[in-house]
Structure formats: C-alpha cells, structure tokens
Design a protein around this ligand. Structure first.
Ligand SMILES: *[C@@H]1O[C@H](CO)[C@@H](O)[C@H](O)[C@H]1NC(C)=O
Ligand SMILES: *[C@@H]1O[C@H](CO)[C@@H](O)[C@H](O)[C@H]1NC(C)=O
Ligand SMILES: *[C@@H]1O[C@H](CO)[C@@H](O)[C@H](O)[C@H]1NC(C)=O
Ligand SMILES: *[C@@H]1O[C@H](CO)[C@@H](O)[C@H](O)[C@H]1NC(C)=O
Ligand SMILES: *[C@@H]1O[C@H](CO)[C@@H](O)[C@H](O)[C@H]1NC(C)=O
Ligand SMILES: *[C@@H]1O[C@H](CO)[C@@H](O)[C@H](O)[C@H]1NC(C)=O
Ligand SMILES: *[C@@H]1O[C@H](CO)[C@@H](O)[C@H](O)[C@H]1NC(C)=O
Ligand SMILES: *[C@@H]1O[C@H](CO)[C@@H](O)[C@H](O)[C@H]1NC(C)=O
Length: 260
C-alpha cells in the first residue's frame, strides 16, 4: 500500500509540476527544449519522446536507442538529445536550423521509466514548451519630409511584425506620440511569411528637437530605433541606435523629399 501511494504521489508530482515555458530563438539558429524527469535511471530503462501540437514526433528514445524512424519529416536530421545527460533524467532536445515553420509550435515531452519489468514512472507528459522564431530587425529606414511635416519609418522583411512607436524630444523632456498622429501599415509576404511595416507620423507643429521611431521585436524583446534631429533649424541626420540584445546594424535612408 505504501509503495502504491508513493508511486501515486510521484505520478501526481510529475503531472502537476508541468511548467509551460517559451523558447525564443533566431531563424537558422537552434533552440534547446529543456526537460528533466525527477528520476535517475539506466538508459535501458528509459523511454521518452517529444512531439508537436500536430503530434509530429521530433525525437524518440526507447530503452537505449534513438528511434530515428519515428521522427517526422519537418524534424528529420534536425534534432538531437544528450545521451550522457539522460541517466540524470535530462531528456532535453535540441532543434537545429530553425525555420519560420517552427514558429508558434507547441512541444510536449512524454516519458516512462522502468526497472526491469516494473514501471517506476508511467508514460506521462513531463514538459511543455512554446517555440518562437524571429528574423531579426536590421535595417530601419527613417525619412522625414519637412515640407509636409511627415516622417516615415520602414522595416522590411522581418518576423514577427514589429510594434512601432514614436517619441518626440523637446529640450528638457520627451513624450510618446499619440496614436491618432500615427498611421502604421503592415503587410506579410504570403511566400516567405516576412513582414514589411511602414509607419507614418504626422509631426505636430511644436518646438521639438528630435523625433525617434522605435521598433520593438516581441520575440527577441529588443528595440531598434532611429532618430531625426533638428539643429539650429537645419535638419541633421543622426545614426540610428539600438537597445540591447541581438546584434543589429541599421541605416538611415536619405530619401529625396520629393519622393515622399
Ligand atoms: C537526413 O540525412 C540522411 C543521411 O545523411 C539523408 O539521406 C536524408 O536525405 C536527410 N533527410 C533530410 C530531410 O534532410
Ligand atoms: C540538459 O542537458 C543540456 C545539454 O547538455 C544542458 O544544456 C542543460 O542545461 C541540461 N539541463 C539540466 C536541467 O541539467
Ligand atoms: C537549413 O534550412 C534551410 C532552409 O530549409 C536549408 O536551405 C539549409 O540547407 C539548412 N541548413 C542546414 C545546415 O541544414
Ligand atoms: C530497481 O529494482 C532493484 C531491485 O528490485 C532495486 O534495488 C533498485 O533500487 C530499483 N531501482 C530503481 C531506480 O527503482
Ligand atoms: C533648445 O536648446 C537650444 C540650445 O540650448 C536652444 O538654442 C533652443 O532655442 C532651445 N529650444 C527651445 C524650444 O527651447
Ligand atoms: C518570446 O516571444 C513571444 C512571442 O513573440 C513573446 O510573447 C514573449 O514575451 C517572448 N519572451 C521573452 C522572454 O522575450
Ligand atoms: C524585456 O526586456 C526588458 C528589459 O530590457 C525587461 O524588463 C522585460 O521584462 C523583458 N520582457 C520579457 C517578456 O522578458
Ligand atoms: C536608441 O538606441 C540607443 C543605442 O542603443 C540608445 O542609447 C537609446 O536610448 C535609444 N533611444 C530610445 C529613445 O530608446
């Protein structure tokens, strides 16, 4: 009875302790789907597999052997686990060469542990991870037309769609531009899924010193910005900057005013 209770609570622990987490990575890069079971075991007593929300298997391990034939097409030759770590209960899997087809996938790990013919841990869901893939934001273009008092900020070929905000800087303060002065258009290329976003700001007549366009990438949690500075009445182009995170390079486009 005590053994039965012990087993029962261990199973409860496993099924109730599932922690849902996000793994955010970059296209062509890798993502580690971390997972541990609270059991030390011989490889020959371990069975586990990872599958996505379509039940497509990424990785399958049965009693000492990787079951390559169980792996479904989108994951063929792209996954690996860590044999030496498995005896400690670490059944993490690495997904390599990420594509946008992997974005938004939900991965679940199921594991069972045996001891000879006895079942130490019944097959149960042990881990749950959501994967998000980004195509980093690199080239932010900012063009200002001082005649029409409009400013256009463009980000091309990125994923996911950016969250664009504008700020206006005064000599001693700065403020976020109200959305009624901003018009943002976002389009997705149906073939490669990449977004192009263009935000137009109708610059309010005011004694501002500079305007900044900020493009936030929710997946990498980084923000790319570009600033247009007015100096002694003449327009001066400043180099766009970036805030922490993925390495980004940016360029300002000096668009001819007439082209706007
Ligand atoms: C996986 O690798 C094997 C052997 O290297 C190769 O024959 C097969 O075409 C590869 N499959 C995919 C989908 O890349
Ligand atoms: C599991 O193994 C992987 C690969 O060595 C490692 O990166 C990860 O930190 C390990 N996880 C735990 C919980 O030890
Ligand atoms: C990664 O995936 C891309 C697109 O599917 C493919 O062209 C490329 O050969 C892959 N690279 C590796 C190292 O598998
Ligand atoms: C497996 O069974 C043997 C003999 O019944 C026992 O000594 C050992 O502690 C068990 N191992 C695990 C991991 O339960
Ligand atoms: C902002 O500061 C500059 C330099 O100190 C000054 O020339 C300019 O008049 C100031 N602008 C406003 C609107 O106060
Ligand atoms: C990971 O990406 C998702 C989707 O874009 C986002 O909601 C989440 O906040 C990101 N997590 C981190 C830690 O940045
Ligand atoms: C994004 O980064 C900021 C700091 O740069 C941090 O405060 C915030 O918690 C992060 N958001 C997520 C979802 O990780
Ligand atoms: C723009 O990026 C630069 C460079 O990282 C940073 O110092 C600055 O604070 C950012 N500006 C805003 C308004 O976030």
């Amino acid at each position: 009875m005590a053994i039965l209770l012990g087993l029962f609570s261990a199973l409860l622990f496993v099924s109730e302790a599932i922690f849902v987490y996000n793994v955010n990575s970059t296209i062509m890069d890798s993502a580690l789907l971390g997972c541990s079971v609270p059991v030390k075991t011989d490889l020959k007593n371990l069975r586990f597999y990872w599958q996505d929300e379509r039940k497509a298997v990424l990785y399958s391990f049965n009693k000492g052997k990787t079951m390559f034939t169980h792996v479904k097409d989108p994951y063929l030759n792209r996954t690996a686990a860590f044999t030496q770590e498995m005896t400690k209960g670490n059944i993490s899997v690495l997904v390599k060469n990420l594509t946008l087809g992997d974005n938004g996938r939900i991965f679940e790990a199921y594991a069972a542990v045996f001891n000879g013919s006895e079942t130490v841990m019944q097959t149960s869901k042990v881990c749950h991870a959501n994967l998000y893939v980004t195509v980093p934001y690199k080239h932010l273009k900012l063009a200002v037309n001082t005649k029409t008092m409009t400013s256009v900020c463009t980000l091309h070929g990125v994923f996911p769609a950016p969250e664009i905000r504008w700020t206006i800087h005064y000599n001693h303060s700065e403020s976020l531009v109200e959305s009624k002065h901003v018009h943002t258009k976002t389009e997705q290329d149906p073939e490669n899924y990449l977004y192009t976003s263009s935000s137009t700001l109708h610059i309010p007549a005011d004694h501002y010193r500079a305007i900044t366009c900020l493009c936030h990438n929710p997946t990498s949690n980084t923000t790319l910005n570009a600033t247009y500075t007015l100096s002694k009445g003449a327009a001066v182009w400043s180099l766009p900057g970036r805030t922490a995170g993925l390495i980004v390079a940016a360029a300002v486009l000096l668009t001819a005013l007439q082209q706007l």
